[in-house]
Design a protein around this ligand. Sequence first.
Ligand code: 3H9
Length: 693
Amino acid sequence: MTAQYHVCDGVAVITLDNPPVNGLGHSTRIAVVEGMTRALDNSAVGAIVLTGSGKAFSGGADIREFGTPKALQEPSLHTVIEIIEASAKPVIAAIHAVAMGGGLELALGCHYRLAVKGTRIALPEVSLGLLPGAGGTQRLPRAIGLEAALNMIVSGKTVPAERLADTRLFDQLVDADVLDAAIRFARHIAHTAETHPKVRDLPVRHANAEAYLGFARATVAASSGPFPAPVQCVEAVAASLKPFDQGLRGERDRFMQLLGTSEARALRHAFLGERAASRIADVPAGTPVREVAKVAVIGAGMMGGGIGMNFLNAGIPVTVLETNADALERGVATIRRNYENSAKKGKLTQEAVEARMSLLSTTLSYRDIQDADLVIEAVFEDLSVKEIVFRTLDEVMKPGAILASNTSTLDLDRVASFTRRARDVVGLHFFSPANVMKLLEVVRGRETAPDVLATVMQLAKKIAKVAVVSGVCDGFIGNRMLEQYSRQAGFLLDEGALPEQVDRAIEKFGFAMGPFRMIDMAGNDIAWAIRKRRAVERPDFNYSKAGDLLCEMGRFGQKAGAGWYDYKAGDRKAYPSAVVDEMIVRHSKDLGIARRPISDEEIVERLVYALVNEGALILEEGIASKASDIDMVYLNGYGFPKAHGGPMLYADQVGILNVARSMRRYAKGYQGHAWQIACSLQQLADDGKGFND
Ligand code: 3H9
């Protein structure tokens, strides 16, 4: 049973019992209705208390049921709330920890609500591409006022219960033991009141509703990008000014409409995918973890400093090691400057800046880091440099310390082989700027121990990263796929496109930044060096030569004031460059290519499908264990548009058959050999399935 029922001295207590957060799935809804029926049928029961077990009152509708028939099966959440609201016996919600989404809507259907102070209250459906669909858009404005409700519903933000203490949302806030308080309240109310209040009967208050809604409509429409839900939230809340049942019907229609959108599917996928990424098939949930109370970072450059900040932010002491005092001083100054900037923007108090800086220490000697529980190397990306570092770490670090490399391309198993403790070695690939970017690729070596993996996955949560496990291969999940994407971008130039067109097309699709603006920021010289290495390692793996010609012109990107684009001093804006465009056109001529107009649609397909095909190979090889892991890498580390849910989900939404058909067409074109369609992708196309089915 996913809800328990017991009677205690004239009060029936229905306890939601559906871990982890009492999601209101089908079986829970049935169990609540059964509890209500028993309570209403029992003449010895005078009042009913509805509460939740474990770590939440309720986190809302069961997100995992969306997209399945169970989501809409009766009793729906509407029906459950209707039964509660219509009950002749008073129903009291006893709320603790979390009341979100459908959970809050359920509480709003009760006659009275008691909550523990500090309870997190939200209608966060908008973050899932939805609106509150079980009366929230109608009852919350009645309980807390139009404007406050609209703000909560459009932003999806969580507020502590105390902030709503003066509203009709709560009848009492208590310090602890809300169930006990609710039972006492229930006994009292059962004997003293004849009728019990319903939120639906309250008026919606606002001094100037029409003007306010006009303002809200305009601002929300301007800021919601490709997502339809925020605007729909405003309209649903606006309808709360109408008679209750009319508003409720409107809410239902809008909810159903949003539920089927690709944006809602993408956001749901992101929510569940982030959490699924932390589950590793052969590392069971209860695997013991190592304590990480002290961290050391080797290298005080931009990467090392950013990595260190993550731990300082989480209250974990960090020692940064460098080879010379100047580099250390510069590194510490950069960390302080970053914090001071956050303080200037009001994101941190000065005390918090000092508290974080006080956890930071520096050293030039490995002896001072030997008792760290985790050491992360962020030195120059060269195997011989890493070898020196890891041989030294093996000598000095205490037994059981986790030895991590921030390598983005090198073979982690080689790195581990420089030590006599390969089980303790793991890759922690942070993305720049490391204190900002959410993604952490956790690279699992051949011998990495399960408890090391479990420890770093848990630690990743503590430092607010989305951690995804990758096997060992060149570029791991993210950069390996990016290489195919970049290759296609280059080939498009050879055939007829210009950098600005490619960037514009993919940015219109929703990417934060197109490939040419991105590489100008990262440095064309870095990509050039990788291509030179590749030419030796894999001579069959070709690229457009336009990137090399660009580097030969000294156009290394923003840092050189010139790259694929022109840049002006003190301005990061990219200006199309006539010189570069000329070079590209000349290069096509030298290749004997008659340049052709290329549509934006082709640009998007070739770039995104190149990611998809490599993603499919990565799955086949077991480098990533599930398609959603790949999507989490791209959503959190590479600026893939959230509205599309990642390359693999996007392919599913387009239909794998259509994707494969386009790939076959491109395989017949210029540099068609780059389209070696992955067998697994072809198989899915043949079976009419998707990567995420
Ligand atoms: C809705 O209510 C629609 C209605 O308006 C209308 C219906 C008709 N369902 O985040 P955590 C799981 S839409 C199922 O790591 P935390 C989650 O997957 C819903 N499962 O923990 C994870 O599972 P696992 C509106 C859920 O303590 C585990 O719980 N509600 C749900 O950091 C722990 O999650 C929301 O959008 C759910 N609703 O945070 C609330 N929620 O361990 C979304 C969580 O197997 N949830 N899980 O990987 C949250 O914001 C946070 O999870 C919460 C707990 C604050 C509740």
